[in-house]
Ligand binder design. Structure first.
Ligand SMILES: [Zn+2]
Length: 170
């Protein structure tokens, strides 16, 4: 097992099977307007700023550190401490996707082991928080995103099942 594979093991979101993953990737790739975010290329600095901005809406803690994976890396990954981006993933779609993974750790901040079995990698909680941060960053209405996910058969958690932005907790 190489370093990248070990990283993926350590950062795996949950012990549960990730049943919604393929459907989810498919939705991201083909459902407009969301798929347009794939074409929204960002500089490294813009990637960092996007992670920091989205993170700051949920918590005053430091955001995950953005790290660049080598060009051979096929996939990006995220946990509470790091977001590792493959070079060809420097666009808004991937940055928001990985940030959504990292944000879910705010719900069960103990350790990834404590999260095991509670959450699917791309399950309903992921869909909810991902939709919310896309809405916040790009002003695509929640109703549009949610309707498009449902049409594809993606299950979406309720608001209270994912971390809430600071402005809602005041
Ligand atoms: Zn993912």
């Amino acid at each position: 097992m190489n370093m990248v594979e070990r990283y993926f093991m350590a950062c795996e979101q949950a012990g549960r099977p990730d049943v919604q993953a393929e459907t989810y990737y498919d939705w991201e790739d083909y459902h407009r307007p969301f798929s347009l975010l794939l074409e929204e290329e960002l500089t490294w600095q813009e990637c960092k700023e996007m992670v920091a901005r989205v993170w700051a809406a949920y918590t005053h803690t430091l955001p995950p550190v953005l790290k660049s994976l080598p060009p051979c890396a096929g996939a990006s990954a995220a946990c509470r401490q790091y977001i590792k981006l493959a070079p060809h993933h420097r666009n808004a779609a991937y940055v928001l996707h990985e940030t959504a993974h990292a944000l879910l750790y705010l719900r069960w901040p103990v350790s990834y082991r404590a999260d095991k079995g509670r959450m699917e990698g791309h399950g309903p909680e992921f869909a909810r928080i991902h939709a919310e941060i896309v809405n916040a960053e790009y002003n695509i209405p929640m109703s549009t995103i949610v309707a498009s996910m449902r049409k594809k058969g993606i299950k979406i958690a309720f608001r209270h099942e994912v971390p809430r932005p600071l402005k809602e907790r005041r």
